[in-house]
Design a protein around this ligand. Structure first.
Ligand code: ADP
Ligand code: MG
Length: 264
């Protein structure tokens, strides 16, 4: 971990709809709420994190596309949000093109890392919201990151998908980023009434041990309503169960971080 700079966290899972963006937006908000300076890089062409933070399409002039292709520096791409201490690098559908354009470039997996290395980073945490694939965008995020946070939905094929992701993390460690750590796995859209949920939770906790956060994020309709208001759930309804869970997750993450610092 780079102690002099921010901690860079890639929020990744190649499966769509598992809660990556919801986790990115609400964890970023929770960290900002407790005084951290946070940057969220929207690295998914769908731009859901940007929308969820209230950045309208016509405001996304310089984006993560420009950043990763070296056409703009970080400072130009960063936009403040309505939340104090939380900024965002927005994305648009243009980022789909970057996935193709990167293929023929040198150091194609390291473009985001180079862009961040070249910039002042006045943040405590940088969160990268990855797209639902293990293509070049996700590889760029994993190469730039200190650690990976994996949102996992308790469903039948969850562990299979997870082992594929863990292999990719191994590969990135071997070639581009030897220090890449696993920050943790967070169970999302958790439904206590569903017996499959607790079975899968058991398997995941057996397989990954303490890497799985104690905090689980419950399935909660307020979480899915918030993005259409251009607000994180934490702002839309601070007291709903989902918001409370993300606050708890942030505090668990910070506690672990503190323990790691003390151990180092
Ligand atoms: P991903 O970024 O992995 O594709 P999202 O965060 O966009 O996943 O979540 C997929 C969908 O599920 C979205 O419509 C989102 O609003 C909804 N969602 C995410 N987390 C929850 C939750 N805890 N409870 C209810 N709905 C959720
Ligand atoms: Mg997403």
């Amino acid at each position: 971990m780079n102690r002099s700079g921010p901690k860079i966290l890639a929020i990744a899972n190649q499966k769509g709809g598992v809660g990556k963006t919801t986790t990115a937006v609400n964890l970023a908000t929770a960290l900002a709420a407790v005084g951290r300076r946070v940057l969220l890089i929207d690295f998914d062409p769908q731009g859901n994190a940007s929308t969820g933070l209230g950045i309208r399409s016509n405001e996304r002039l310089i984006t993560s596309y420009d950043l990763v292709l070296g056409e703009a520096d970080l400072a130009a791409a960063v936009k403040p949000t309505a939340i104090p201490r939380l900024s965002v690098v927005p994305s648009t559908i243009d980022l789909t093109g970057a996935e193709l354009e990167l293929v023929s470039m040198v150091r194609r997996e390291s473009r985001l890392r180079e862009a961040l290395n070249a910039a002042d980073l006045p943040y405590d945490h940088i969160l990268i919201d990855c797209p639902p694939s293990l293509g070049l965008l996700t590889l760029n995020a994993l190469t730039a990151a200190n650690s990976v946070l994996i949102p996992l939905q308790c469903e039948f094929y969850a562990l299979e998908g997870l082992s594929h992701l863990l292999k990719t993390i191994e590969l990135v460690r071997g070639r581009m980023n030897p220090c890449l750590a696993i920050e943790g796995v967070v169970l999302t859209m958790y439904d206590r009434r569903n017996s499959l949920t607790s079975h899968i939770e058991q398997d995941v906790r057996e397989f990954l041990g303490t890497q799985v956060y104690k905090t689980v994020i419950p399935r909660n309709v307020r979480m899915s309503e918030a993005p259409s208001h251009g607000k994180p759930a934490l702002i839309y309804d601070l007291h709903c169960p989902g918001s409370k869970a993300y606050l708890k997750l942030a505090s668990e993450l910070l506690k672990r971080e503190k323990r790691q610092m003390e151990a180092a």
